[in-house]
Design a protein around this ligand. Structure first.
Ligand SMILES: [Zn+2]
Ligand SMILES: [Zn+2]
Length: 400
């Protein structure tokens, strides 16, 4: 593992410099948790972030991708580094009964973006006060990470034109990984996530006279089976990919062959080439099965989230910052990639960078999976995350 620059003064998660800030960040995080806002609705959240950044002397830009916020610290010539957090909550009900539980039925911070926002704010606060570094730091608070690809919209609305960066970094808490540990790997870390919708149009008939109709249920069953071949027979055994049919419905009566069957599902891959081959394959198999069963076909394929791929050099830098912050043996370069999706992929496709994880803990609601109604971001992670961001920022500014 490469070391971080030797002249850096590493900030410990337990440093006296950090301690006074932690109660304020915890309170901030719990306030966001109590008032979750979903994709592009993050008005209150963005307002509170912008207010803090401005109070600490940062230049604040609002309105990119609707509710996005960018805070800027400039200290003369030098490298330009972006650090990114996400602001949004999920449309789901919280099952925890905590004092700061969600006040909004059907909305919940179940992915820990409340914690990501608090940790990046803490880093901005400390970096504004630390005297050593030179260059430009961008603190990117993006909306709508869940489902609506706010990261993509930020790029499309000119994030990197308005705020040119040499590198950008993203971070996610990771339930089940011990507190005080982290990981980042080179190459693909999160998958693409696409959706397909198929409607097979046959001809309805009395169930006792199937030869007078064209049965879309038999065709749908054949299609579900045939789709399994795309991963098992057409994708390289070492290429990760998923094709899952997640919806299947047809028919109302037990003695009627219906006219239509609908099915839908998701396609995941860690490589854009594999992703495109699967898109072509799903369409080809649907057309083939439909033709073979004399079905009409309505087919739609939605390319939703692209792959998230870390730049090797920036991933090594991030790993070094993690090791410097957490200690030897606590920063892992071998955590497996996942076939979940993340919209930071669009930022990494436009700018070199890396995306890593920090452990949210191994117990109770801190180990409940992301998007679980009993999950919660672990406030004990805040000092680790803040110190990591500070060390990474100062390390990255001194590169090259
Ligand atoms: Zn999520
Ligand atoms: Zn998330």
């Amino acid at each position: 593992m490469r070391p971080l620059r030797s002249d850096l003064v590493i900030l410990s998660p337990h440093a006296p410099e950090l301690a006074p800030l932690i109660p304020e960040l915890e309170a901030f995080r719990r306030d966001l948790h109590a008032h979750p806002e979903t994709a592009y609705q993050e008005q209150r959240t963005a307002g509170r972030v912008a207010e803090r950044l401005a109070a600490w002397g940062l230049e604040v830009h609002r309105g990119l991708a609707g509710t996005g916020v960018v805070g800027v610290l400039r200290r003369g010539a030098g490298r330009r580094i972006g650090l990114r957090a996400d602001l949004d909550a999920l449309a789901m009900a919280e099952a925890n009964d905590l004092p700061h539980r969600s006040r909004h039925p059907g909305r919940m911070h179940a992915c820990g973006h409340d914690g990501h926002t608090a940790m990046l704010l803490g880093a901005a606060r400390l970096l504004a006060a630390r005297p050593e570094w030179r260059g430009t730091l961008y603190f990117v608070f993006q909306p709508a990470e869940e489902n609506e690809a706010g990261g993509r919209r930020m790029v499309e609305e000119g994030l990197f034109d308005r705020f040119p960066m040499d590198a950008i970094f993203g971070l996610h808490n990771w339930p089940g990984l011990p507190l005080g540990e982290g990981g980042v790997r080179s190459g693909a870390v999160m998958a693409s996530a696409d959706f397909f919708h198929v409607e097979l149009v046959g001809r309805g008939a009395h169930a006792a006279y199937p030869h007078r109709g064209r049965d879309p249920i038999v065709a749908a069953a054949a299609l579900v089976q045939a789709l399994q071949g795309l991963v098992s027979r057409e994708t390289g055994p070492l290429d990760a990919a998923v094709v899952s049919v997640t919806r299947l419905d047809a028919g109302d009566s037990l003695n009627v062959i219906p006219e239509r069957a609908r099915l839908a599902g998701t396609v995941r891959a860690l490589d854009e080439g594999v992703r495109t081959a699967l898109e072509v394959g799903v369409r080809r198999v649907a057309e083939g099965i439909a033709a073979g069963h004399r079905m009409g076909l309505e087919f739609a394929y939605e390319r939703r989230y692209r792959t998230t791929v870390n730049d090797p050099h920036q991933a090594a830098l991030m790993l070094a910052a993690m090791a410097a912050t957490l200690g030897a043996g606590k920063a892992h370069d071998d955590l497996p990639p996942t076939l979940g999706a993340e919209d930071f992929g669009w930022m990494l496709a436009a700018c070199p960078g890396a995306y890593g994880v920090l452990g949210n803990g191994t117990e109770g609601r801190f180990a409940a999976g992301l998007h679980n109604p009993r999950y919660e971001f672990n406030d004990a992670l805040i000092p680790y995350g803040v110190a990591f961001w500070v060390n990474l920022a100062e390390g990255a500014l001194g590169e090259g």
